[in-house]
Ligand binder design. Sequence first.
Ligand SMILES: Cc1cc2nc3c(=O)[nH]c(=O)nc-3n(C[C@H](O)[C@H](O)[C@H](O)COP(=O)(O)OP(=O)(O)OC[C@H]3O[C@@H](n4cnc5c(N)ncnc54)[C@H](O)[C@@H]3O)c2cc1C
Length: 571
Amino acid sequence: MVDHLVLGSVLALSLGFVVVYNLLFFVSLYNLFIAKRNGRGERTTTTTTNPTTTTATTVNSCPGGDDDDPDVIIVGAGVAGAALAHTLGKDGRRILVIERDLTQPDRIVGELLQPGGYLKLIELGLEDCLEGIDAQRVFGYALFMNGRRSTKLSYPLENLHPDVAGRSFHNGRFIQRMREKAASLANVVLEQGTVTSLLEEAGTIKGVQYKTKDGEEIAAYAPLTIVCDGCFSNLRRCLCKPKVDVASSFVGLVLENCELPYVNHGHVVLADPCPILFYPISSTEIRCLVDMPGEKVPSVSNGEMANYLKTFIAPQIPPQLYKAFIHAIDKGNIRTMPNRSMPAAPHPTPGALLMGDAFNMRHPLTGGGMTVALSDIVVLRNLLRPLQDLNDSHALCKYLESFYTLRKPVASTINTLAGALHKVFRNSNDPAVKEMRQACFDYLSLGGLFSNGPVSLLSGLNPRPLLLVLHFFAVALFGVGRLLLPFPSLKRIWIAASLMSSASGIILPIIWAEGVRQMFFPATVPAYYRAPPVRLELNYGEISDSFEALSILYSSTIKTGGYFGLPSFVY
Ligand SMILES: Cc1cc2nc3c(=O)[nH]c(=O)nc-3n(C[C@H](O)[C@H](O)[C@H](O)COP(=O)(O)OP(=O)(O)OC[C@H]3O[C@@H](n4cnc5c(N)ncnc54)[C@H](O)[C@@H]3O)c2cc1C
């Protein structure tokens, strides 16, 4: 009875949200229609009144610019850079990729690709890069409360091709396969070198200065430079306002000769002080990532870290993994990595773009970074495809402003969920936060739409920010209901109020940083409708009509469980 009451109020509130939200969407649609009928669309502005036509000729005469120059310079061949090089190369662009180190990376990052990211990989024609590297299929998560109680959360894959699932692997092997695939294209040149600066002229980026393996300093020029130099980017400062937050660090170990309690699943242990993750990275190895608050972690070299892991963390992990965990510590290959978050805050700059972690980062708890990077590449590829000529940097820059809004459904859903879950999953002495963590575990354990909804958001299969907010507050209300029913005491009312306030304090700042308007009302952002500048020449009939584009987006988002529509609300 009590459960019915709580569920009833949660559903009523959720429905109210959806109705208001969809009403607002249709108002935007109507406004757009009126604007278009009156000839006030962005397309007109870009193609006829923008005074940048002469700029294109200036850009053509950039220092050293000639027919041998590449169309695009890509800085960094990690996940984003390598995938982008192949994607733009396949579209016929001449690409120069400059990567600091072309040997196979050995890192503890980017090892679990969500099913949504796998779908993007297919869209980019790169799925074969997961073959021959002993990548493992991942079908969902198992969530453990204090290493004992557990619940299985499967990805909602029922309506997808049987091949679609998450994949986990050695990051370096995957990157090396993508580099090889990019370099196999005749028009892609992959060079080892360290980019030291971006070359700027009158506010436009003309190329890069880089140092080759032999120490030679070289300047390279291209109409478009895409900076993908990763989470420690030195080059992003002039292209965005980097507000980097390091909420915690991951300590990485590799476990051998053991089986996960749930085969082919990621494991999240809600431990003290922070969550612990396990997932397979090959048929014989399991990655363990122990989250620790802050950037400063116990020293690995003087044995403090091993001691901390053995005495404090080991007793909290599932018993099946205990022996292998201790063995991995004794083996000594303990790695650490700061977990950085950074909202996307670009300064749109003619001649340059940021991609991957250099542009936007989120807590890696939910393994969403590669999915966001690959999804961004799909958006950028689709925007660039109709353009033959990238030389008019100013017109191109204005046109590409739509990228920042079009990427939002996927990026903001994954970013917000990662930040919010990391805060909810920490242990805390605050009874309200403790209650929220327990409510979250119990809510997900209900199964059905209560687990499918959040998991579909986390996996990148259902990029709907509104649905995320609904589930988040549904968890909070679920917690409040449990506190107040059947008989509320003063103390319980106080905890319930603190819980609602903590929940708002967790999610609202993240949403604010993502941008409320871009996240929930993208249709009201003018750049959303920007059409390709006509003078940069269309290759083929891509969607150039803003109204048509919006209608197609609307219908396709509904079909694919997109974030405006109601039909897949029941996920
Ligand atoms: C601990 C941790 C775990 C993570 N786990 C996951 C996960 O499981 N799943 C997931 O999806 N995401 C995960 N992520 C996030 C994911 O790793 C990143 O989102 C992804 O690697 C970003 O790709 P990128 O190409 O931007 O950066 P990177 O892959 O780091 O590539 C950057 C490249 O640029 C090169 N470079 C840097 N500076 C220069 C320069 N000046 N000149 C030339 N080259 C340069 C570097 O050598 C590197 O090859 C994790 C992150 C962390 C920190």
